[in-house]
Write a new protein. Structure first.
Length: 418
């Protein structure tokens, strides 16, 4: 668990890690070629380690160069298309190997994946897309995918799912013929995956609004690809700086994916300055203002952006409506904020109200998933007194050495045994 003594002003500079959400599909994509693939700016977090371990279990050679923040994968001799049950059940990103294995080996076998408990996330969209590409599917406790008839096709996704979009791309890049994916997600990590695959020789283009066209190729080559900075870390650190009324410079940002984050900060009265790759948050000269926080499809705020902004809403004057449109289990962090003194209520599975400003007080609370864990960490640093956060393995899944990085800003945070 983390032991945190909050209520302190923080100061300094914090660097952004590479994007977790880009790393996972890029690791799966490395299995589409026999040649080496080097991923730069790789975050050393639990989910990335798990994906690399799954790749090794399939026969890929994996080499970490931690000091250079590089991961080198060579899948010259894949020995299996069956994902390890125990590893695959730990994260939903393991699904992405199914598309890559279909393209490379013509088949895949996997258990139903795990991941954050944030609501229902069925495989319907994934499987329907693969069916449209000619894949035969059998479910006998494991999902068995037969791609001997894999071919290009027009695929209309049943929902604009990021992972289903990525998985369909991975399955289609080596499939003969033309694939058109309609109602595709276009989040930053989808765009980055397409950049990587294009560098490997894939023929992919955006051909309309939320439409991706892929002309199958016979073989892909190796590549070196640098991951984009994690825009979710950026918004989390910005919310942390604002909620604690601190001056923090966030280094290594990529402004092209931040429009809606900066817009939200401005709407709530946060003072910031963007110069090159540095986003600086200043101490407030006036009260923050409550505002509607609604998630949506990119380029709107993503579901993962909302929880840290909810902590900022507790420090803002007036009423903020949190509207989590996608996941019905994601608002459970509101219960933990209530324990700390937040004037907040859950209206229904998708909406909550927060009325501020209210002081927060240290309590014993629990991390529920990756993003709520970071949210409660922000709340603990904002609160007066001592907070203990249990189940911090969730935070470690998405944020590299977060306690060390926050201590460099002056945070009083310790990792202790529960």
């Amino acid at each position: 668990m983390f032991l945190i003594r909050g209520g302190r002003e923080l100061r300094g500079e914090i660097s952004v890690s590479g994007s977790k959400n880009t790393a996972l599909p890029c690791i799966a994509a490395a299995l589409l070629t026999k040649e080496p693939v080097t991923l730069g700016n790789i975050p050393d977090i639990l989910d990335v380690r798990l994906m690399a371990e799954i790749a090794e279990g399939l026969g890929a050679e994996v080499e970490w160069a931690n000091q250079e923040r590089r991961l080198i994968i060579q899948a010259a001799n894949l020995s299996s298309f069956a994902l390890d049950d125990a590893l695959a059940r730990k994260l939903r990103g393991s699904l992405l190997f199914s598309g890559a294995l279909l393209g490379r080996l013509g088949g895949a076998s996997l258990p139903y994946p795990g991941g954050d408990a944030i609501g229902a996330r069925p495989l319907t969209t994934h499987l329907s897309a693969l069916l449209a590409l000619g894949v035969s599917i059998e479910d006998n406790g494991r999902v068995m995918l037969d791609g001997k008839n894999l071919r290009g096709a027009t695929v209309a996704l049943e929902e604009t799912s990021v992972t289903a979009t990525e998985n369909t791309i991975l399955a289609a890049v080596l499939a003969p013929g033309k694939t058109v994916i309609r109602l595709a997600a276009c989040e930053p990590h989808v765009q980055e995956l397409i950049k990587m695959l294009t560098g490997m020789g894939a023929n992919i283009r955006w051909s309309g609004v939320s439409e991706i066209t892929i002309e199958g190729v016979g073989v892909l080559r190796g590549a070196e690809f640098r991951l984009n900075p994690d825009e979710l870390e950026i918004s989390s650190f910005a919310a942390l700086a604002a909620a604690t009324r601190s001056e923090i410079a966030i280094r290594g940002v990529l402004p092209e994916y931040l429009d809606v984050v900066l817009l939200q900060l401005g709407k709530m009265g946060v003072e910031f300055h963007l110069s090159g790759d540095i986003l600086s948050i200043s101490k407030p000269k006036r009260s923050y203002q409550g505002f509607r926080l609604q998630s949506g499809l990119y380029p709107k705020l993503g579901s993962d952006h909302l929880p840290p902004f909810a902590v900022l809403a507790t420090q803002a004057a007036g009423t903020s409506l949190i509207h989590e449109w996608l996941y019905e289990g994601r608002l459970r962090y509101i219960d933990e904020l209530q324990k700390m003194g937040a004037n907040a209520m859950i209206l229904d599975p998708h909406r909550a109200l927060i009325i501020g400003p209210t002081p927060l007080s240290g309590r014993e609370i629990s991390s529920l998933d990756i993003r709520s864990g970071m949210t409660l960490l922000i709340a603990a640093l904002t609160a007066e007194g001592e907070t203990r956060i249990s189940d911090i393995h969730h935070i470690d899944r998405g944020y590299e050495k977060i306690d060390e990085r926050l201590r460099a800003l002056g945070a009083e945070i310790q990792r202790i045994k529960s």
